[in-house]
Ligand binder design. Sequence first.
Ligand code: OAD
Length: 250
Amino acid sequence: MALNDAAKLLAQARHVVVFTGAGISAESGVPTFRDALTGLWSRFDAQALATPQAFQEDPDLVWGWYEWRRQLVQRVRPNQGHLAVARLATHVPQLTVITQNVDDLHERAGSESPVHLHGSLFSPRCATCSRPAPLPAGDEQPEEGRRVPPPHCAHCAGLIRPGVVWFGEQLPEAALESAARAASECDVLLTIGTSGLVYPAAELPRLAARSGAAVIQVNPQPTPLDPIARVNLVGPAAEILPGLVSAAWS
Ligand code: OAD
């Protein structure tokens, strides 16, 4: 049975990479991007909000949207899926957690220094001099779609921008390099809650499979990663992951 096959692969692995997308945070109440109806993109035009051009044209709209997302993340909690990933670290000799998510739910569940390929809502920086900037004080959540003027840099007075990767921007080099190295060296890559559509991040499970690793996928829906998955666990992460971890090390 698929869960036992996946548990056996995990229990025998020396180096496990966990690769997550928005789906692992869905059960915490954080909208994914592409899920119809609930996904962020079904309510917003990504190109109208998640690009350098959008920030240039309307910084208050873009900053307001990311502040809405950050405040939403601060109001929710890690779910059983994040907690199961954190528990993996106590069983697996070497664990690398790589996420496409910009929330801090892996960290709050206890995963140490996950690799953030697409940045973080919690690391704003100056759009001009790139210096890190403090998070705005206060925790009232702007309603969805309200414009909020971004703060200014204490050093150069430039506009502060969210510390996330926008469409058309490069991923942080060091993060991508360490993620690719881990994917090429691991024995098992556990991909959780990603549609596997956005490159270069989506290349990682394929790189792992090409390097001989067993890919285990956790997702309620089919994805382009199905053909490279050694085991496909079809269902929600918060339901599947706790059972997978206890089956591997019970
Ligand atoms: P998507 O919204 O593209 O895909 C979410 C995936 O999670 C889908 O495959 C869903 O089937 C799955 N899913 C939904 N609920 C789930 C649950 N409870 N448990 C497990 N899986 C579930 O999100 P990502 O794949 O993360 O990039 O998107 C990748 C990137 O595209 C994002 O990082 C973002 C976006 O543009 C940037 O912001 C640069």
